[in-house]
Design a protein around this ligand. Structure first.
Ligand code: BTN
Length: 228
């Protein structure tokens, strides 16, 4: 049994689980709201009451670094399956943003600890917009379960379902099935450059294959992001 702790308010569930890293115990931490929610690339993550905010700390015995993508893919599938249980068909915008109707409904932050060729632990932080009000600057690019369906959902129930989905092993076939935007023309943000490209596929190790002009290239999440 994994320990689960819930708080009405935290600065960030992710920072909280990381403060427990030295205890060496698997742990799930949830909060009704975060005052300083963290996103990827040093960004903040809007975390008003009405959303699901979960971080899961997992310790591994023999998890090869080459399989790191499975942690991300499994978490992305867990969110899609959770949404699907409420009749919402989401897709994954590579590598792990979750979109509905071209707007982001959920994001995740994954921080791994490495030792040689192994991952010894990971902190997976997930936010899902359920009924939380979105700040003005996110209205055009984000959405919530409520906005998509016109229905009100129990945040506690959505959170419970997500935690259940996160306990399942990563299903890479489902990741491929939920993957969106393949075959589409997008803009790639490569460093300071915006490059038009066609998305082709995502391989087993999470590399994104794209066509830029006549050239086919493999890119990693560290070097590129996708703008729709
Ligand atoms: C992103 O889309 O940029 C990643 C967002 C990750 C947000 C979650 S909410 C729970 C956990 N706590 C945080 O401070 N961040 C993650």
């Amino acid at each position: 049994m994994i320990k689960i702790e819930h708080f009405e308010e935290l600065t960030s569930t992710q920072e909280y689980v990381k403060s427990k890293w030295s205890e060496g115990q698997n742990l799930i931490v949830t909060a009704d709201r975060q005052t300083s929610g963290r996103g990827t690339k040093g960004r903040s993550f809007s975390s008003n009451e009405g959303g699901v905010y979960v971080s899961k700390l997992t310790f591994y015995d023999n998890f090869p670094t080459k399989d790191a993508f499975k942690i991300m893919a499994g978490s992305a599938v867990a969110v899609c399956e959770t949404l699907r249980a409420y009749g919402i068909w989401a897709c994954i915008k590579w590598p792990n943003d979750i979109f509905v109707n071209d707007r982001k409904i959920s994001g995740m932050l994954i921080e791994n600890v490495f030792s040689g060729r192994y991952i010894t632990s990971s902190a997976v932080g997930i936010g899902i917009n359920v009924c939380n009000p979105l700040p003005d600057e996110l209205r055009d690019i984000a959405t919530t379960m409520r906005l998509e369906t016109g229905k009100v959902f129990s945040v506690d129930e959505v959170r419970r379902r997500l935690i259940e989905e996160l306990s399942k092993p990563a299903d890479m076939q489902k990741y491929q099935r939920y993957l969106g935007y393949m075959g589409e023309e997008v803009t790639l943000i490569l460093g300071d450059e915006c490059v038009p490209a066609t998305l082709l596929s995502v391989d087993e190790e999470g590399g994104l294959w794209v066509k830029i002009g006549q050239e086919t290239r493999r890119l990693t999440a560290a070097e590129v992001s996708i703008r729709l």
